[in-house]
Design a binder for this molecule. Sequence first.
Ligand code: FES
Length: 167
Amino acid sequence: MSEANSPVSGESVEVEIDYMELDNIIEKEFGNDKENLIMILQAIQRKFNYIPHPTLAYLSVKIGIPLSQIYGVATFYSTFSLEPRGRNIVSICLGTACHVRGGERVRERIEDSLDIRNGETTQDGRFTLESVRCIGCCSLGPVIKINEDMHGRIASDEVGKILNQYE
Ligand code: FES
């Protein structure tokens, strides 16, 4: 595995947090209102592509909810990630319909192309690979979703061309 493509996980990818921008989200968009906790977390994740731990402590002070409670919410919903993720999230469907139509071969091709495994992020921060169980387009299987784009009925040898569309 080349060093440039070594996968990373955890907080090894540091992000710089602009607290003024964070204030814009918490105060201006959501009025410092604890009732908006989930929407605030969604907005933070949209901004950073994950929820950096320091933002949770800051949020706790700003809206007056104990940090443990905020962690409880952030870890309960699988759509939230507390780990750094790449600029592009590749979700490979391994549900039954996609599996029988060659989803595993597609997964292997993605892993080989990016030199990462499920749950990992490329060193350059370009891609994170996640597996999912059915994303509701079974008739299009095998399916991958990259960010908000669905790619259906894909053959494993099309993987490179599809990934190249994302910077
Ligand atoms: S099993 Fe893959 S979309 Fe349903």
